[in-house]
Design a protein around this ligand. Structure first.
Ligand code: OAD
Length: 243
């Protein structure tokens, strides 16, 4: 169990594993999304410059795969945690899906972007909601630029890193869920939280196997997130300190 007191600030980092039980494939491991693709062909600025239609076909396939998918008990538990802790919970996800939002989480930071948003690759027009699939053409902006997925590709800078750094500095509990701990900078967040904490930060991992950065976690709760996460918190205690 994870004890959360009135003065705790909780940082939760989620990865593809939190959505696995909803039927969205993880990137690595058996059946992993990258198994069928070379990352550099579909998720990099080089790929976009070389073959933007192929990039859109890949992200259109992922938009279609999301249809009908529902949040699982892990997403629901994190939404419930936000209800109890309010702004003392910071939920940062590497996932581009919208299952946290569908579960009721209101303040999700998508450091790798959002599957259902697009933006212009040339002008400053802000990212906009876009549910379309583009399989035979690359959409154009009014400025003449090409519309691209609002996704952080390999070689690009993740979003909201300054805000994330501030939250890592002040959290007292750090929890990672369903992430293999190999993709940076997210894999270094646990070290950042430990380094910056004035008081001792408690660090936890939840997932069926130990992550690559296991040594930095105080405790590893081995199991599927949808099964173990809802059982990790003292909900009656949390409702007593609820905001
Ligand atoms: P990975 O595919 O690398 O890792 C998924 C993790 O989820 C593994 O450690 C699994 O053990 C775990 N897992 C599987 N089923 C689970 C379950 N039911 N409950 C909990 N955990 C489970 O995915 P990420 O670590 O999220 O980046 O990958 C990080 C980034 O690499 C992604 O955001 C993506 C990718 O390339 C970009 O596209 C920029």
């Amino acid at each position: 169990m994870i004890d959360i007191g009135v003065s705790d600030r909780v940082f939760v980092l989620t990865g593809a594993g939190v959505s696995a039980e909803s039927g969205l494939p993880t990137f690595r491991g058996a059946g992993g999304l990258w198994r069928g693709y070379r990352v550099e062909d579909v998720a990099s600025p080089v790929a976009w410059a070389r073959d933007p239609l192929m990039v859109w076909q890949f992200y259109s396939m992922r938009r279609k795969a999301h249809r009908g998918k529902q949040p699982n008990p892990a997403h629901l538990a994190l939404a419930k945690l936000e209800k109890a802790l309010g702004e003392r919970l910071f939920l940062c996800t590497q996932n581009v899906d919208k299952l946290h939002e569908q579960a009721g989480s209101r303040r999700v930071v998508h450091m790798h972007g959002r599957l259902f948003q697009s933006r212009c690759d040339r002008c400053d027009r802000p990212p906009f909601d876009d549910e379309n699939c583009y399989e035979d053409h690359v959409p154009r902006c009014d400025c003449g630029g090409q519309i691209r997925p609002h996704i952080c590709w390999f070689g690009e800078m993740p979003y909201e890193l300054e805000r994330i750094a501030r939250e890592l500095e002040r959290c007292t509990v750090f929890m990672a869920v369903g992430t293999s701990g190999v993709v940076y900078p997210a894999a270094a967040f646990v070290a950042q939280a430990r380094a910056s904490g004035k008081q001792r930060v408690r660090t936890y991992y939840v997932g069926p196997e130990e992550p690559a950065n296991r040594a930095l976690f105080n405790e590893c709760f081995l199991g599927k997130a949808g099964e173990s996460l809802p059982r990790l918190f003292h909900w009656s205690q949390l409702s007593a300190i609820s905001v």
